[in-house]
Design a protein around this ligand. Sequence first.
Ligand code: WTA
Length: 629
Amino acid sequence: MQRIKTLSEYFKKYELSEKDPESFWSEIADSFTWKKKWDKVLDWDFEKANTKWFQNAKLNITENIFERNLKERGSKTAIIWEPNDPSEPSIHLTYQELYEETCKFSNALRSKGIKKGDRVIIYMPMVPEAAIAMLACARVGAVHSVVFAGFSSTSLADRINDCQAKMVLTSDGNFRGNKTIPVKSVVDEALEKSSTIESVIVLERTKQTINMFEGRDHWWHDCIKEESNVCEAEVLDSEDMLFILYTSGSTGKPKGVVHSSAGYMVYSAYTFLNVFQYDENDIYWCTADVGWITGHSYIVYGPLLCGATTVMFEGIPTFPNVSRFWDIVDKYKINQFYTAPTAIRALQAHGLDPIKNNSLESLKVIGSVGEPINEEAWHWYHDNIGKGNCPLVDTWWQTETGGIMISALAGITPNKPAHASLPLPGIHPVIVDADGNELIGNNVQGNLCIKFPWPSILRTTYGDHQRCINTYFSNYKGMYFTGDGVKRDHDGYLRILGRVDDVINVSGHRMGTAEVENAINEHEEVIESAVVGYPHNIKGEGIYAYVIVNSESSDDIIKAEIIDVVRKVIGPIAKPDKVQIVSGLPKTRSGKIMRRILRKIASNDYGNLGDTSTLLNPNVVEEIIKGAN
Ligand code: WTA
């Protein structure tokens, strides 16, 4: 695959992608290995949320990672694994070794009855086996659905049930900083609430005592013991499902975003190579977890398709101390480093001391993802980690987009602090006002839509195509709606402003307010709740919950119980930062909660609450302001 090397080449490619998207994408797709090439590049109808790329082509994504790379890169390191505890040895897996481990595990999956199309849940720590599990599923044509191992048993059960999964891959426990987290027991609990799982494969990691259920549970090492290290790849259709990844929206429970085989492959590889400008001998590190889309596209698939060396880190940035990230950068001489603004802000809060003994001179490119990066964090990252001479790529994209959509190409697109900057070739963003009118020209602000399909656009939401249509393709006719606000500045550069719907972005993780409210409402003494986001110095946004209770307990006790209920129902990432007990919520005469007002109060912005004349109960606003945290 050819990499774009100059700004004028970028503009040329962009123009071609507008004029003749089919030639543009087929030229890129030509550099992959196909069992059979496509009959037609693209077929689409946004009103029905139908998009098909590379129709009738046949392939297996893992043959593009392995067979396509092995001859030249068999002995090249594919994965470097850095354990949670730096005194434990790291692991380096070459492409050949990763291939053999993947084949063995693919055979193990087949031995346990997994076939093409079956859904397999991966609930694992950040260890090489998590990547092997994903690749093995892909090899046998099973659809993986990775669930972040911090989610509760209820969240896990919801996902298992929604996709009717047949198998769970997990570990005995996870190491995270100085904690050991039980994982298998969470799976056991989840399986009490679901009936489709036939078997569980358990990786030994922490060696803690766990229950193994006869006939259902098997050890990973036993499963692969007798298996061959050769495994024929299942032949998949371009549009066959590669994976499902659940993500929060503004309503109801999380949606299973579905990605296809061919389009996702082409786009994740293309964007990895171009955004990070990866060179053959570079060492690349993305700090995400494979439980999120960033881990899928830019730890596993994108880098491995490009034959890159990708680092996987099991731990957290603050263990054993706050220099950990920078120690890892120096240890492996990382060239491209990709992380989230929340991590940058958290480390920035410790000042420059933690980096004074680090050279960081191997770094060539630094990246940001998951939430808007504020200017202060941008400059700190650029000046102190990038030492002022590494391009900073602020990459905007979503679970639904599969790959990076708007970003500078490292070293090619001029950097502009806090701006995601320009769309990738093939991506056609538009800014629309509330009525759906396209805002042309520079110096405009509105909602971000995409008006033309790209290869890794979501194909559906699992089991409910209508929901996919309603969520993404109904707000603005003929366009994909992102849920984000955006500004195009006087130079034509794009700056993402954050969500415009009821989704809160907490430390780069998406949380639907409705989801958190539903969890809070599970507390027996809660009558009603309303959840909003508010600006948070480290997390970007914090979760603020207004709750009406009917309880004899003190407010402190009930608040602690509410936080605990959310932890149990969703997981620790959804815990409210602030809980305020209130006697009522501001509502319109038709009974709708006026979140706009609640958001302002949560942000300490009482001065201008806007029009409150339509409120049914204006007095309650005064009371809420008085009691605000
Ligand atoms: C936000 C993560 C500003 C945005 C890859 C989007 C960003 C949501 C950026 C998707 C960025 C992601 N600048 N905001 N560079 N990247 N976002 O699905 O609100 O976990 O809609 O995908 O994160 O989150 P998701």
